[in-house]
Ligand binder design. Sequence first.
Ligand code: NAD
Length: 360
Amino acid sequence: MNRQIKVALIGFGRMGRFYFTEMQKSGQWDIVYICDTDPKCREIAQTLSPHSRVVEDEDEVFADDSIEVVGLFTLADSRGHQIEKAVACGKHIICEKPIAESIEKEWKAVKAAEHAPIFSTVNLYLRNSWYHNYIKHWIDEGEIGELAIIRICHMTPGLAPGEGHEYEGPAFHDCGMHYVDIARWYAKSEFKTWHAQGLRMWNYKDPWWLQCHGTFESGVVFDITQGFVYGQLSKDQTHNSYTDIIGTKGIIRMTHDFKTAVVELRGVTQTIREERPYGGKNIDTLCRLFAETVLTGKRNTQLPTLRDSVTASLYAWKFLDDARQHDLPAIGNLETLEEIRERRRNMKNGYGLLRSKYII
Ligand SMILES: NC(=O)c1ccc[n+]([C@@H]2O[C@H](COP(=O)([O-])OP(=O)(O)OC[C@H]3O[C@@H](n4cnc5c(N)ncnc54)[C@H](O)[C@@H]3O)[C@@H](O)[C@H]2O)c1
C-alpha cells in the first residue's frame, strides 16, 4: 500500500495542473510523464516537475509498459480515442468529463473500458463532496422519511457563451451534467419523464439557462435549474446555488458560497446545521480513492464510473433537445453578450473565469 503508482498525465492545462498538484501533495503518485501538444504547457510542466518526462506525443506514454495509470485531462474531442488506447494498452484510467465529444463516442469508450481488466473513473466531482455524502447519510438514516423531491439549482454569472470549452457543449451540458448526475445519484433510479424550458439569453444560439423537471422510474421527482446568466454585468456579482431534498417527513438542504458549504437537516429526530469548507472540485478525494483502488485491486464503490458520466451527458443532451421542442425565447442581444465577454476578459477575480493556462 505504500508504494507510489506510476502515472502519466495527458493534458497539462487548467485541470491537468490541479491533478498534478493534488497527486504531488498526496505522495501516492509517481508522475512519470506529462504530455501536452502545446509547447508552452510542456515548458511549464518541465519547470514544475523536473523529474517527469515531458512529451508531445501521447503514444510514447501508451507504449511504456511501466505506466499503470493514465490521467486524461485534454478536451472532450481527444478523450474518447485516448480511453480506447489506454484500454488496448492495459492502463487504468482517471479522466475528466465528458468522456468524449459525442454520445456515440462516449458509449464506445464505456464499452471498451467495461470489457477490459482495468479500473476507470471520471471526475463527477459532486459525488466526492462532503455535503452530498452527508445529506445522503441522513436520507439513508431515515431522517426525512421516504425521499420524494430533489430540487437542484446552480446559477452564477459564470462562463459566457464563446469563452471556451466548445467541445463540452452549452452550459447545461458542460456544467449541468454534474447536476443531472447528482440527482440520479440521490434517486438511485433512472430518469423516466422530463420537460425542459430554456431561454436563449442575449439572443445566443444555444440556451444558456435551462430548467428541467420530471420523474425517475422510482416515482421520485426532480427539478434542475442551471444557468450562467446570473447578473454578469451587475456591479457586485452574486450567485444562487442550492440543493433541496424533500422527504415524506423531513427535509435537508444545502447551500454554498464556493468557500463554505452549509447543510441543514430538519429530520424526524434531529435538527442539524453543519458548516464546513466547500472543498472545490474534490480532486484530492478522487485521486485518493483511485489510488486505493489500484493498490488494493478492489474498486471503491464511491468512485464514479464512465457509465455514470455518459448517462449524465446523455440526459443533459436530452433535456437540451427537449427545450428546443418547446417555445425557446430569446431575450437581450449579442451586444450585451459582447459587453459581458469584454468585462470578463478584464476581470481578475470572477465566477468561472478560464484563467490563462500559461499562468503558473
Ligand atoms: N469535472 C469538472 O468539474 C471540470 C471542471 C473544469 C473542466 N473540466 C473538463 O476538463 C477538461 C480540460 O479542461 P481545461 O479547462 O483544463 O482545458 P485546457 O484547455 O486548459 O487544457 C487542456 C490541455 O490539453 C492539451 N491537449 C489537447 N489535446 C491534446 C492531446 N491530444 N495530447 C496532449 N495534450 C492535449 C491542450 O494543449 C491543453 O493544454 C475539459 O474537458 C473540461 O470539460 C471538468
